[in-house]
Ligand binder design. Structure first.
Ligand SMILES: C[S@@+](CC[C@H](N)C(=O)[O-])C[C@H]1O[C@@H](n2cnc3c(N)ncnc32)[C@H](O)[C@@H]1O
Length: 267
């Protein structure tokens, strides 16, 4: 799998609605003017969601690529964005400076060995008492379901399963390994939380649309790379129309969202 593929996949996922019922884990307590970093920030959605409640905070977003960053002049004054690769060590001037480091939805960009490296790099940024919160979805055990007996799920399950098989190696890790990796990297007070993606049923349609955009982006990319469209049993345009009909009939995607939270021991 090339970098271009990985990049495209990860950015597409930023549109997927996540619904865990909170933005910061309820056990987190921050000082009055915290310094917060969001790693793999994408469109900076996380920082922009918390900014109204943290107007005295220093809010920094980092991403391996800046192409999803909102224009600088649209950002609140206390939000800055920059390029950085979380799989590489951060510069020393950032070490021990953050009250909270946040990351989410990196799964498509991570190979099995990357998780440990990234966790160790992020832990180095924490002040004593600082937190690392990381959310990842378990797509490995996700299911396509019908919300009523008249829902059809056949085409959606077919393309969804192909996508899952292609990313199987990536989908096996992260959601289940982050708490242990945080512990091994020296964090204490490890907390985990698991939410179901349809905890709020009104979000189902947005979840499905986001996931299916991602799946068809992947499928079309495979075709441009020489995979025959017949692998998908039909033209992708026809298949996408059929999938949209199934979603209208009540077909939806259900998966668990795992939150891992660790704290650096206070002084
Ligand atoms: C699926 S998006 C999620 C964006 C954001 N975290 C959110 O929840 O809306 C993943 C983002 O991680 C970025 N990314 C991938 N690998 C990275 C790395 N090694 N270091 C930093 N960012 C990375 C991608 O460029 C992309 O913007």
């Amino acid at each position: 799998m090339s970098d271009a593929y990985t990049d495209h996949m990860t950015r597409g996922q930023s549109e997927v609605q996540r619904n865990i019922g909170y933005i910061l884990h309820p056990s987190i307590t921050l000082p009055d003017a915290p310094r917060i970093a969001d790693m793999g920030t994408g469109t900076a959605r996380f920082l922009l969601r918390i900014q109204p409640a943290y107007q005295n905070a220093v809010l920094e977003g980092y991403d391996i690529a800046s192409d999803l960053f909102p224009p600088r002049d649209t950002l609140p004054e206390n939000v800055t964005l920059g390029e950085s690769d979380m799989k590489k060590p951060f510069p020393e001037h950032m070490h021990g400076k953050y009250d909270l480091v946040h990351a989410r939805m990196l799964v498509s960009a991570m190979l099995p060995d990357d998780w440990e490296i990234a966790v160790r790099n992020l832990v180095k940024l924490l002040k004593p008492g600082g937190y690392l919160q990381w959310e990842e979805c378990d797509f490995k055990n996700a299911e396509w379901l019908g919300s009523s007996p008249s829902s059809s799920i056949e085409k959606t399950t077919f393309i969804g399963d192909k996508f899952r098989a292609a990313l199987d190696e990536r989908f096996k890790h992260g959601w289940n390994t982050l708490p242990g990796l945080m512990r091994e990297a020296g964090l204490t007070s490890i907390n985990t939380d698991v939410a179901v993606s349809d905890r709020v049923p009104e979000t189902r349609e947005r979840v499905n649309t986001g996931i299916m955009n991602l799946v068809f982006t992947w499928a079309r990319m495979m075709v441009t790379r020489g995979v025959s469209e017949s692998t998908f049993g039909d033209s992708l345009d026809n298949l996408e129309r059929a999938v949209n009909e199934e979603i209208k009939s009540g077909c939806y995607f259900k998966y668990n969202i795992h939150v891992a939270l660790g704290q650096m021991a206070p002084l």
